[in-house]
Design a binder for this molecule. Structure first.
Ligand SMILES: CC(C)(COP(=O)(O)OP(=O)(O)OC[C@H]1O[C@@H](n2cnc3c(N)ncnc32)[C@H](O)[C@@H]1OP(=O)(O)O)[C@@H](O)C(=O)NCCC(=O)NCCS
Length: 149
């Protein structure tokens, strides 16, 4: 299967990308207009095509020097398991070309990322909406568990 990668954001149908995330599935239903803003504001983005069909995507926020954070890596279900997700991750990591690459995995996807050298962080922290729901889904620990001093 001939899969091509593109970074041309102007050729993307944001409705098609929103459908891709819905089908993958990845997170809640996305508003195409917000998706476009998020991808345009991300320094790095990559799209995988099978002919003219959008089958995978990923993006990353980067300071261009030290740090990058990867988000929104997804592949259409019928195209999963064919190496497209790996190609997207490798492309983002290589083009970022920085010391530290971070991401947070969907629960159950940690082993996929470990293949590329990602390791669980012991002190990663986040402010998230609906912390109780996030805790139930396995994204965050119940807390607070630590003393400040
Ligand atoms: C996660 C995802 C992007 C992987 O894309 P993909 O194109 O299926 O990945 P690849 O085909 O490159 O898989 C590479 C390898 O990782 C393995 N792998 C995939 N998901 C895995 C998982 N959850 N745990 C362990 N290994 C996994 C595959 O079996 C494959 O192994 P192989 O090389 O021995 O055959 C894709 O499954 C997806 O879109 N899932 C839904 C959205 C999602 O959860 N995104 C990640 C958010 S953090």
């Amino acid at each position: 299967m001939e899969i091509s990668l593109s970074t041309d954001i102007d050729s993307i149908s944001w409705e098609e990308l929103a459908r891709l995330f819905e089908l993958a599935p990845l997170g809640k239903k996305r508003d195409p207009e917000k998706l476009e803003i998020a991808f345009r504001n991300s320094l790095l983005k990559v799209f995988a095509f099978h002919d003219t069909k959008l089958v995978g995507a990923g993006r990353a926020l980067s300071d261009g020097v030290w740090r990058v954070v990867i988000y929104d890596v997804a592949v259409l279900p019928e195209y999963q398991g064919k190496g497209i997700g790996s190609t997207i991750i490798r492309h983002l990591v290589q083009s970022a070309n920085v010391e530290v690459v971070m991401l947070y995995a969907a629960p159950g996807k940690e082993a996929f990322y470990e293949r590329f050298g990602f390791r669980k962080m012991k002190t990663a922290m986040a402010i998230m909406p609906n912390p109780e729901e996030r805790r139930e889904k396995g994204f965050i620990e119940s807390g607070p568990t630590t003393r400040s001093h």
